[in-house]
Design a protein around this ligand. Structure first.
Ligand SMILES: NC(=O)c1ccc[n+]([C@@H]2O[C@H](COP(=O)([O-])OP(=O)(O)OC[C@H]3O[C@@H](n4cnc5c(N)ncnc54)[C@H](OP(=O)(O)O)[C@@H]3O)[C@@H](O)[C@H]2O)c1
Length: 318
């Protein structure tokens, strides 16, 4: 029985990786921070599972403190989220601890577009992940990276500025015809568990995907799911997108003002597209269609946020 340690186990992706690993028969150690020492709400339904143990630790504790959690572990899966102190420094401590414990493989917290289709400086969050990938060059622990494209949970949320439920608009850069890669968080977790337990993935970037469809096809899916029209806003060409990124970089105090557009430039221009998609290697993972997602949890994207409701329009009495 494979022993897997999952860091970021209380997160939206990490908690589902834990559940999928348990379903696949693995023994799972969930690394949780002291503030979520009981596993938090996301692990509640697997609490007490006979093959799950919680290990309390923070990546900032350092390799020596983390190493005991990794004894007898074969695979580490990291689904942590954060800035360079987590993605580079924290994961490097986890990798050093894995080396001490003789771990075979580690899946770093990438779960992104194709990180290798473009250079440094194009996407600040990809740069963190590529910088950490370099730590494996001299490590006996093999890196397995999982690339899934974009989570619709984020791509259709406010962060990406594609869908605006208050305005009833669907915005695109470019002509909207290039296929983009979309994978839901539950499907990414199901693939990741399967890949974690597949020793043939050592040293590889594994590309898996829920659906590949163009922005215009995605808008059709949104219209079919809602039964209404979403006005298409053509924001400009891909060159205009590049100009907008630079404009925001000068104006912004926070990189989150432009990083979503950095993802989009790779997705819409094709440099970040997944290549050699390996879904066929994991036939028991059957990803949801975008239509199924939009009819289920994705329906939440269509709700007009409270902040956008004009209270003057509300009736005085009901
Ligand atoms: N492709 C896409 O469209 C897309 C979109 C979003 C995210 N992602 C990627 O998916 C991955 C997971 O994201 P997520 O949304 O699941 O993140 P999340 O829900 O914010 O969860 C992050 C997890 O990391 C843990 N963590 C943070 N700092 C830590 C530290 N110093 N030590 C130990 N644990 C730490 C958190 O613990 P606490 O619960 O204690 O805070 C939490 O369990 C990330 O790599 C992210 O970039 C991809």
């Amino acid at each position: 029985m494979t022993v897997v340690l999952v860091a970021g186990a209380t997160g939206s992706l990490g908690s589902l990786i834990v559940k999928n690993l348990l379903e696949r028969g693995a023994t799972v150690r969930a690394l949780v921070r002291p503030s979520s020492a009981d596993g938090g709400t996301r692990l509640r339904d697997v609490a007490g599972h006979p093959r799950l143990s919680l290990r309390v630790g923070d990546l900032t504790d350092g390799a020596a403190a983390l190493a005991p959690h990794l004894e007898s572990v074969e695979v580490v899966v990291s689904a942590v989220q954060g800035g360079p102190e987590v993605i580079i420094d924290g994961q490097t401590e986890l990798l050093r601890a894995a080396e001490r414990a003789g771990v075979h493989r580690m899946i770093p917290s990438d779960f992104s577009i194709n990180l290798w289709g473009y250079g440094y400086g194009v996407n600040i969050l990809s740069d963190l992940r590529r910088t950490f990938a370099e730590a494996f060059r001299t490590s006996p622990v093999a890196r397995t990276s999982v690339a899934i494209g974009a989570f619709p949970e984020y791509f259709l949320g406010p962060f990406h500025e594609v869908l605006d439920p208050a305005a009833g608009t669907f915005s695109i850069w470019g002509d909207g015809t290039r296929k983009i890669d979309i994978t839901t968080i539950p499907d990414a977790a199901a693939f990741t568990a399967a890949i974690a337990l597949d020793p043939m993935t050592a040293g590889r970037d594994v590309h898996v995907v829920g659906r590949q469809l163009s922005l215009l096809e995605l808008r059709n899916e949104v219209e079919a799911a809602t039964g209404r029209r979403w006005a298409l806003v053509r924001k400009g060409s891909l060159d205009d997108l590049q100009t907008e990124i630079v404009r925001r970089q000068f104006a912004a105090t926070n990189p989150f003002a432009y990083v979503a557009l950095q993802y989009q430039t790779g997705m819409y221009g094709g440099s970040a597209s997944l290549t050699d998609v390996r879904n066929a290697d994991y036939p028991d993972v059957v990803p949801a269609s975008v239509a199924e997602y939009l009819a289920g949890p994705g329906a939440a994207h269509f709700a007009v946020p409270e902040s956008a409701v004009d209270r003057d329009d509300w009736p005085a009495t009901v």
